[in-house]
Design a protein around this ligand. Structure first.
Ligand SMILES: Cc1cc2nc3c(=O)[nH]c(=O)nc-3n(C[C@H](O)[C@H](O)[C@H](O)COP(=O)(O)OP(=O)(O)OC[C@H]3O[C@@H](n4cnc5c(N)ncnc54)[C@H](O)[C@@H]3O)c2cc1C
Length: 437
């Protein structure tokens, strides 16, 4: 990433401070809140992230389907911090040395008085190396752009290849909210957009298949939401296979747990996430899903001055079940931690309590589901709520305006804006086999 020598800069060029230095690893939902709200009178605040932008992950699937530009769901971290007298360094945090209160990064070392780890999550491949190597994932902007490129590369190839012209399978692994959103967006593309662009292709052979290990899609949501999603996706032409897992994938063929095989060069993995911890913290402080064990105050088990917030944090088992890996959890944890750290004494620290404001998922145009405690909404009303909530939570005024205009135009024209292959994806394993045919 950097031109300079690794580990070159002592304290990353950040001046010494007479107060306490708080280092925040990650500029995601949790990191942003913390960085803005921590007291500057009390702390010198330093934010470290491997990217120089915040990524609004809930809309990544729209980037992957050519519906939104990547810039409209990203926000520059320096712009976020510039009026807040916080330091930012774009660097990869490699190791924590807790006994020295020090971090090792790809750009140098940095000492801290308090450390807050908000490094999010990563895809869980359940140890399946073939899938990890060959599947596409939706966890970052480059990943979303890879999916976009790859889908349109396959369509461009299909125009030449008889085999693909007749049959193009896209497999979405995992029927959670992300899998449902991807499959629904693909179905909208297939039904409203692609036949106009690719008049030579036969879209009857363009199959979108969800493979879900559990017994229904949208498993964590209500029965109403799950049934509505199933019915709606089927109506849109999506095939749903439940109670089945993908066992192997070599880039060309997916082997399912029921012995069935599916020929596909597009397999999108959205079957689960695990924590993204930074090496150096004791293994005893890690759950089996790689999230840090924390107490009620987000302090990592066994450490007085190291905290974890957001996806990478899970309460210790004896304090209850882990919070879901959702943006509101990350934001609420960050708010509570800020409140506590800004106090002059830890005696009046408040325990974190999650307030579940509801869960939403969209399936496509005018179709969404919303669970608010005992209340469940489906269809157009839920979709309007989904649109409103996502516009409101998106970071940056410019982004809100651009996304709103994009959605409005797509809605009125039944079109999606950005079906571009700007940076073609070269998948070695797939390409080798395809070239060999
Ligand atoms: C496709 C998708 C759709 C989603 N949809 C929804 C939704 O509809 N509603 C919802 O509530 N939640 C949704 N989520 C989950 C939500 O995005 C996460 O819960 C939320 O982002 C967690 O916030 P965080 O601050 O813990 O981590 P993140 O937002 O993931 O931020 C982590 C940050 O840490 C940085 N980082 C990581 N490791 C390092 C390192 N070693 N060095 C330096 N920097 C590092 C990363 O670059 C990143 O900026 C979705 C997630 C995905 C992937």
């Amino acid at each position: 990433m950097q031109d300079h020598e690794p580990h070159a800069f002592e304290n990353l060029g950040i001046p010494a401070t007479s107060g306490e230095r708080v280092v925040i690893v990650g500029g995601g939902f949790a990191g942003l809140k913390l960085a803005r709200k921590l007291s500057r009178k009390k702390f010198q605040v330093v934010v470290l992230d491997r990217n120089n932008y915040h990524c609004f992950q809930p809309l990544l699937y729209q980037v992957s389907m050519g519906g939104l530009e990547p810039d409209s769901i990203a926000f520059p971290l320096r712009k976020w911090l510039r009026k807040k007298a916080a330091f930012f360094r774009m660097t990869n945090v490699e190791v924590i040395i807790p006994q020295e209160n020090k971090l090792v990064t790809s750009s140098g070392t940095l000492s801290y008085d308090k450390l807050i780890i908000a490094s999010g999550s990563k895809s869980n491949f359940f140890g399946n190396k073939g899938v990890e190597k060959n599947a596409l994932t939706l966890k970052s902007i480059p990943g979303a752009l890879d999916i976009r490129s790859w889908i349109f590369q396959q369509l461009e190839e299909a125009v030449y290849e008889k085999r693909k012209k007749d049959l193009l399978n896209i497999v979405v692994v995992g029927g959670g909210p992300t899998g449902v959103e991807i499959a629904g967006a693909l179905a909208d593309l297939k039904n409203h957009v692609l036949p106009k662009d690719y008049a030579e292709l036969f879209f009857s052979g363009f199959n979108i298949i969800i493979v879900e290990g559990g017994d229904k899609v949208l498993g964590p949501m209500s029965d109403t939401a799950s049934k509505y999603a199933t019915k709606t996706l089927k109506k849109m032409g999506v095939e749903i296979k439940t109670g089945i897992q993908v066992k192997e994938y070599d880039g060309n063929e997916a082997l399912l747990s029921n012995g069935e095989t599916i020929q596909t060069q597009i397999l999108i993995w959205s079957a689960g996430v695990i924590g993204n911890p930074i090496p150096g913290i004791s293994d005893n402080a890690l759950h089996k899903n790689l999230r840090y064990k924390i107490d009620h105050f987000n302090r990592i088990t066994g450490y007085e001055n190291i905290f974890a917030v957001g996806d990478v944090a899970a309460v210790t088992p004896d304090l209850g079940s882990p919070q879901p890996m959702l943006a509101p959890v990350a934001i609420q944890q960050a708010n509570n931690l800020v409140r506590n750290l800004n106090l002059s004494t830890s005696k009046s620290w408040k325990k974190f309590k999650y307030f579940n404001k509801g869960v939403l998922a969209t399936i496509g145009r005018n179709k969404a589901v919303a669970d608010f405690g005992p209340l469940h909404f489906t269809g157009f009303f839920a979709w309007i709520i989904w649109v409103f909530v996502h516009l409101m939570t998106l970071v940056g005024f410019r982004n809100k305006v651009i996304v709103f205009i994009n959605w409005l135009v797509s809605y009125l024209t039944f079109d999606s804006a950005i079906r571009l292959i700007v940076r073609p994806l070269k998948k070695a394993s797939v390409k080798d086999t395809v070239d060999a045919i």
